[in-house]
Structure formats: structure tokens, C-alpha cells
Design a binder for this molecule. Structure first.
Ligand code: SAM
Length: 256
């Protein structure tokens, strides 16, 4: 597999760089990326929102750490910058998949359209093993949303079987392979990669976490580049990419 032409100012391809997403994005050349799949902080963690980690009920703030607790204004700015930079670095026709919280999905779709993206669809990941309702006073959170837009006219779309092309994906948290608290399902991300890119293409994820996008790209003969601030998560991703057992993979959790 040949490497794509120089796509970044001194940033290596097939690496997860330990750096801030915006700083990293600014070092990528215009129109150098074939596909973006990203899962930025949802900014929903809180003291009163519960999850299960290592078999214990705890607040999402305790379970996830500080990265999901931005001031709402700063979160808006972060995601607007991400949208803007991803638009700049994508090649014409390239696809942009971004997960957000349910309440923010429409808001950031409108921001992406305002930046120039063309709206295509939304995909829902339905959790078959969602966290139970501890207080039994509201609906259980059983799905997450991912927006799908393209930079202008749609480029690559390798249509699979009709069944696989449904915009709903069922997900059991039992398939998690690392201790990252918000690891996305590898089979779903692999599907996005397979459908919206071709072998040898370059896939970007500015918020790599446990490296799911990188693993999906690598397993399917695509190149990847991405960023992650937390060096422990980068270690987990590196182990995963080497084919080793990711740190603490026995400990499974459920997300809210
Ligand atoms: C929702 S998680 C991504 C999980 C990933 N999709 C996976 O499957 O493992 C978001 C990640 O972004 C990282 N992060 C938060 N702010 C960041 C920033 N400004 N730049 C780079 N990474 C950041 C967090 O450490 C966290 O791992």
C-alpha cells in the first residue's frame, strides 16, 4: 500500500499524535484528507449523571475525567473550529462523520452546513446493553447520533448490501476491547470506513481516544492520522494497533 502524498507539515501518517485537536488540524494541508470520522467530547459528563465502571455505579464526571466537562461556550467554539478545519482539510467529495450528544446534533449539523458542508443523513447507534435507569424517573439513553455530511458533491460511497446500508446500527457494549470510557464500536466505524473511502485513502480522527478509527482504517488497508491529548489513551491505542491486548481489556463498562 503506497503512502498518500505529503499531507501534513511535519506530521507523520499512520500515527496518533499526542496533541490538541485544533493545533493538529492546523498543521494539515488543505484538501489532504479523504474521510473524517470523529467523536469529540459530548460535554455531557456531570456529577449527577451515572454510569457503571469496573462494576461500580459512579458519576460520569468521575468515570470519564475532566475532558467531557467544558464550559458550554468553550465546547461550542471547539466543535465549530473542528468543523471548520475538517472542511478545509477534506478533499472535495470527502465525507464527514461526527458524533455528538443527541441534544447537540441538529445544532452542529446547521453549523456544518453554514461552513459549506452538504447534509446527507444521520446515523443512529442503538445500544442493546444501555445503562439501566437507577432512579426510574426518565427514559433510558439507548442511542447515539452521528451526522453524515460531505464536502460538496458526494465522492466515494461503496454501497453495501441494502441491509447494511440502514442508518441504524445495533451495538452491544460487550464488544468493547479497551478501558476507554467512550470507546465506539469497531464494526460500525469499519463500516463507515469501507463505505466512504477506498484502500490507500487517508482517514482523519482529531479525537482518537482508544484509536478505534485508526484500527478500523488499518484493518481495511487505509492510512490514518489523528490526535489525542491523553497519553494514557494513546498507549491503549498503540497496543491495540500492534494487535496486542489493550490495557485492562477485561474491565468492561457501560456508557450512559
Ligand atoms: C469521545 S472520546 C473519543 C473516543 C474514541 N472514539 C474511541 O473509540 O475510543 C474523545 C477523546 O477526545 C480527547 N480529547 C478531548 N479534548 C481534546 C482535544 N482538545 N484535543 C485532542 N483530544 C482531545 C479525550 O481525551 C477523549 O479520549
Amino acid at each position: 500500500m503506497s503512502k498518500p502524498n505529503a499531507t501534513s507539515k511535519q506530521l507523520a501518517i499512520d500515527q496518533i499524535h499526542c496533541m490538541d485537536a485544533i493545533a493538529g488540524l492546523r498543521r494539515l494541508d488543505d484538501e489532504s484528507i479523504d474521510l473524517v470520522i470523529t467523536d469529540p467530547p459530548y460535554n455531557v459528563a456531570g456529577k449527577n449523571k451515572t454510569t457503571i465502571r469496573h462494576g461500580r455505579v459512579m458519576s460520569t464526571m468521575e468515570a470519564w475525567g475532566q475532558w467531557d466537562c467544558l464550559h458550554p461556550f468553550d465546547h461550542d467554539i471547539l466543535l465549530m473550529q473542528v468543523i471548520s478545519e475538517c472542511y478545509r482539510v477534506l478533499k472535495p467529495g470527502g465525507a464527514f462523520y461526527m458524533f455528538t450528544s443527541r441534544q447537540d446534533n441538529g445544532y452542529f449539523i446547521r453549523k456544518a452546513i453554514a461552513r459549506g458542508f452538504t447534509y446527507r443523513n444521520q446515523l443512529a447507534m442503538v445500544k442493546t446493553t444501555a445503562v439501566p435507569s437507577f432512579f426510574k424517573n426518565s427514559w433510558r439513553s439507548c442511542f447515539e447520533l452521528c451526522m453524515y455530511l460531505t464536502k460538496g458533491r458526494q465522492g466515494t460511497f461503496n454501497f453495501p448490501e441494502q441491509r447494511e446500508a440502514r442508518n441504524v446500527h445495533e451495538w452491544s457494549i460487550r464488544t468493547k476491547s479497551t478501558t476507554h470510557p467512550t470507546e465506539k464500536p469497531l464494526d460500525f466505524i469499519k463500516k463507515l470506513v469501507r463505505i466512504s473511502s477506498n484502500p490507500g485513502d487517508l482517514v482523519l480522527d482529531p479525537f482518537m481516544g482508544s484509536g478505534t478509527t485508526a484500527a478500523a482504517a488499518k484493518e481495511q488497508g487505509r492510512h490514518f492520522i489523528g490526535f489525542e491529548l491523553n497519553s494514557e489513551y494513546i498507549d491503549i491505542a498503540k497496543t491495540r494497533l500492534k494487535g496486542g491486548r489493550a490495557a485492562g481489556s477485561k474491565a468492561k463498562q457501560m456508557n450512559g
